[in-house]
Design a protein around this ligand. Sequence first.
Ligand code: C2O
Length: 577
Amino acid sequence: MEAYNLTVKPWCSCLLLGLFAVITFLSSFANAETHYHEFVIQAKPVKRLCRIHNIITVNGQFPGPALEVRNGDSLVIKVVNNAQYNITLHWHGIRQLRNPWADGPSYVTQCPIRPGATYTYRFTIINQEGTLWWHAHSEWLRATVYGALNVHPKSGSPYPFSTPKQEYTILLGEWFDRNPMDVLKQALFTGAAPNVSDAYTINGQPGDLYRCSSKETVRIPIELGETVLLRIVNSALNQELFFTIANHQMTVVGVDAAYTKPFPTRVVMIGPGQTTNVLLTADQPPAHYYIAARAYNTAMNAPFDNTTTTAILEYKSASCSTKKGQSSRPILPQLPAYNDTATATAFNAGLKSRSQVNVPTTIDQNLFFTVGLGLNNCTRPNSPRCQGPNGTRFTASINNVSFVFPTINSLMQAYYQGVPGIFTTDFPPVPPIQFNYTGNVNRGLWQPVPGTKLYKLKYGSKVQIVFQDTSIVTTEDHPIHLHGYQFYVVGSGFGNFNPSTDTAKFNFFDPPQRNTIGSNPGGWVAIRFVADNPGIWLLHCHLDSHLRWGLAMAFLVENGVGQSQTVIPPPADLPQC
Ligand code: C2O
């Protein structure tokens, strides 16, 4: 064999290499799979916290079915709406290159799927690996309509860390002891903040610390000494969470759909929409340990759900060795205080891309977005419809524009068909006036202007956005999610962003790549990306209460040159409004 290699003529080895390359190239296509699924949206009675609720599910499952796919695979998901509500599904974090039609936000890229109707989402995963998820993107249906979308490496390509023995997905959720759609409806009527949830959940189960729940507590078995991968998703509706495991350290290896430099931590802070992959090694005395999550709450004087959800990490050797078996109480971890911003900030600061990345160093679009809440004054304060603070109604905005979703057409359909009057493209690149954003803000600036305004981007433009939290009503960490893109988080800080001193400290070397990032409570965060995906893409706060109040805007990314830079035609079954 070796002798043969040595005698091969140079031109011949070249040919062999070439042939080999062609075969690998072809087989990488041959390996890409298409996954077909039918997702039937249907009501299903589910018992939690001692009470049965008829919740909206996919195929009667809660949480919904997990999608296990590989980078390069395609998905064809036929959604059949057998529920009483309009619905759409969103594949959170999937880039949907040139294919906004499969993205899903209601009245943004499509009209909702009516009760009794169907729509098939078709898309391909291109150069993305990691943990993503899917959820309903209409009103508050995502409270129960969500599931994992785990993107594994192409077959034959390894993880950039040693292959874990097992993988577990941990979907963190929020449970309401009421129909979540009624909770929203009530809030929209009264103008007050919506009721908070009654429990957090791990894979749909609240766990031992809640009434009538311990029988179903999620158990994660582990063998002494083995390393497993946990794919943690925050699917909660309105709450950032701290996540920890008693007596164990975790190693973060990825966030959203990107790998990170491994870093050890005892606590993960995770905002709604975000995902975090951690490696966990069973290196402690065999026993049962609680995995726990509870609120990281940054809004001031606002009620929040202060309960704790748990699952149990069970060393397999422990069940036989403990005399009383199940009755021995698992060890509870210490969680950070609800308002522990220092811990949250330290966690975010630890996230770095694995190696040097290609961040745009020059920018064509320098955007500065103030994000925050507001209060609308009422002509008849304290009427049933003005139950917000001091007889007002809650609202929220970006750059003083409170986003209003269209109701008679979707933005993308109106744009594609040239239907006028649905939106305008005059979203302001900076707030209308400068003020001390995180100081004591004049009352005259608390009332934003409603509008359906988009911001136009030329194909390929290099964009920077600084999200500046405001102290209007309260400072708060807003998890900002951009559809259709993954961006680099190049900087963050507290107080007001200072363009000269803060820009100088940006990380252009190994910033993390994400699809959702917190604004920092009373602070700012800066992101960069290249607008290489044409279409209309929603940008919004992933706290659903804020989204409904208008903490959103959308980008209209124009087509570039030629087919490869142009939105594909809509599918024939795209729902009409
Ligand atoms: Cu995960 Cu627009 O959402």
